[in-house]
Design a protein around this ligand. Structure first.
Ligand code: ZN
Length: 250
């Protein structure tokens, strides 16, 4: 970790009037959340709609994985960002994760860009179900659960599968909040795909300070104010400790 860069970021965070944070899979994995990019858990929407075997596989795999997810506690990044909210002008956290861990860590304004895997929606009639309820039906032997309201077997968590756009309200809200931000902190997120790939550039156009913390390189790294390569939980915890010490870079 670059200690000087982390101290500079601590300084910027204290000065900023409106900070928007983006997080993603790296911080979920730090907490022990399994990788949801497994094709059985992330099928193309066309295959899910048209192929009953794909739906069977999806529910089988989700019922295997979910019990692990439901017992996971927020990780170091979730805890650090929740604490950060009390120290700086944090407007909101938007996240690519679907696990609800920011909310469990106590962060108050969280926009889930890919929605949430903790509930299930009928794509025919719109009825919502808690995920637990649907998985208990699967565990009792129903391979493809159906909507009790309308009988459709096209029910799924509202998360975006490949081939589906981001949920409209969430993407729009993120865009608006980013327009008004003077600092954009990106921690453990993926910047590979649109529209999120454009977010750092949008923030730069608005003269916001943009910081990326990640183990991985991204296409935006050369265009932002600071990049800190390292485990986001470790870096954020360090930044927080610098802020508490009151150390600033002049
Ligand atoms: Zn229905």
């Amino acid at each position: 970790m670059e200690v000087d860069a982390a101290a500079a970021v601590a300084d910027w965070l204290q000065e900023a009037k409106k900070i928007v944070v983006l997080t993603g899979a790296e911080i979920s994995q730090e907490a022990g959340v399994p990788d949801f990019s497994d094709p059985r858990l992330n099928p193309h929407i066309r295959d899910f709609r048209e192929n009953q075997n794909i739906r069977k596989e999806y529910w089988k795999k989700l019922s295997e994985v979910y019990p692990q997810v439901s017992n996971i506690e927020p990780g170091p990044s979730h805890r650090a960002l929740s604490e950060l909210e009390m120290l700086v002008n944090l407007d909101c956290i938007f996240t690519q994760a679907t696990d609800g861990l920011h909310l469990r860590a106590g962060s108050t304004t969280v926009i889930e860009l890919n929605s949430s895997m903790l509930w299930v929606t009928c794509t025919s009639c719109g009825k919502d179900y808690p995920l637990n309820e649907i998985l208990s039906i699967v565990e009792n032997g129903t391979e493809v659960p159906i909507c009790t309201e309308c009988g459709s077997d096209q029910i799924k968590p509202p998360v975006s599968f490949p081939g589906q756009p981001l949920p409209h309200w969430e993407a729009r809200e993120a865009w608006i909040r980013l327009h008004n931000a003077d600092m954009f902190l990106i921690a453990g997120a993926s910047l590979e795909h649109e529209p999120i790939a454009s977010y750092p550039f949008l923030a730069k156009e608005n003269d916001a300070k943009v910081v990326i913390i990640s183990e991985k390189q991204s296409p935006a790294d050369d265009f932002v104010d600071a990049v800190i390569y390292g485990a986001p939980g470790q870096v954020l915890t360090y930044i927080l400790s610098k802020m508490k010490e009151g150390i600033t870079i002049t």
